[in-house]
Design a protein around this ligand. Structure first.
Ligand SMILES: [Zn+2]
Length: 292
């Protein structure tokens, strides 16, 4: 009996060791950026971008138990990062290995202005993970800083949406550096953590911003769909219905919402509706890169 317990403990600490190594490796791993280059759409104009999301086969889920122990052995040998998802070129969230593909990602942009921290509270109550994409001009005063801290302390991923929300194409390299890297510094000062995710204002990246993604080891993403800036959806019920019933809701969809009143109000109905359709909200902690 005692022996058995010891053996268990040994295995346990061994797994723990592997886990730690994998995690450490993950945080240093080279980031494969997912450029969202050819999208001319602006934040304010287009509802769906990256429409061609792959329909994943239902059978994938049943395959995962096959040769599990063998797969684990290979994994520990290769010392792979523990990430289960990555962001593809269409900004969809795709499984790296056997993780379920029926997931969507919730993202809240232009935060924290008036409703960001309230949206974080709602999501926390519903246990829905999300990325809050922060603009530097919203965390210039104590109130903004406090709201960012709140969102961070509720456990949400803090992403970089630039210092002042200008189109990067209109800026010099030096200005782009300030917009992106200075905001990383600023967020790190407040939360203690450097953002891993970036979303360009209006979905407009530049060659230089892409090179910064590599330098800063960040993942860039646009979005699959969002409606809360379109005239007919500036209201709770219409927005909730559209977010749930849109044909763009599919495996890996990257959902875009903003720090706005009607988005805040519609949030519970949106997450409930999407869960009822069989999707899980993916934890941004699981999103990385399968590349070394
Ligand atoms: Zn924005």
């Amino acid at each position: 009996m005692k022996k058995f317990w010891r053996f268990g403990a040994l295995i346990g600490s061994f797994c723990l060791m592997i886990g730690c190594t994998a995690e450490e490796e993950a945080s240093h791993s080279e980031e494969e950026e997912s450029p969202s280059t050819n999208e001319e759409e602006s934040d304010e104009e287009d509802s769906a971008n990256g429409i061609d999301i792959e329909e994943s086969d239902e059978e994938a889920v049943t395959l995962e138990s096959e040769d599990e122990s063998e797969a684990e052995e290979v994994e520990s040998e290769k010392d792979e990062p523990e990430y289960k998802y990555e962001v593809n070129d269409a900004s969809s969230i795709v499984p790296i290995d056997e993780a379920t593909s029926e997931v969507v990602l919730m993202t809240i942009d232009d935060a924290p202005e008036d409703y960001g921290h309230k949206m974080a509270e709602t999501l926390a109550e519903e246990e829905i993970p999300a990325i809050f994409f922060i603009n530097g001009h919203f965390i210039d005063d104590e109130e903004g800083e406090e709201q960012l801290k709140q969102i961070d302390e509720l456990g949400f991923e803090i992403g970089n949406h630039t210092m002042t929300h200008r189109n990067l194409n209109d800026l010099s390299e030096e200005e782009q550096h300030e917009e992106i890297v200075d905001l990383n510094d600023k967020i790190e000062d407040i939360t203690g953590e450097r953002p891993r995710f970036f979303r360009a204002p209006f979905g407009e990246n530049t060659e230089y911003s892409r090179s910064l993604m590599e330098e800063e080891e960040m993942i860039s993403m646009n979005w699959t769909y969002g409606y809360d800036w379109e005239e007919e959806y500036l209201e709770e019920e219409a927005l909730a219905e559209q977010m749930v019933e849109t044909e763009h809701l599919s495996n890996g969809a990257n959902l875009l919402m903003h720090d706005r009143e009607w988005s805040y109000e519609a949030l519970p109905a949106i997450v409930d509706g999407i869960e009822e359709k069989g999707y899980e909200f993916v934890d941004p902690d699981l999103i990385g890169s399968s590349e070394e």
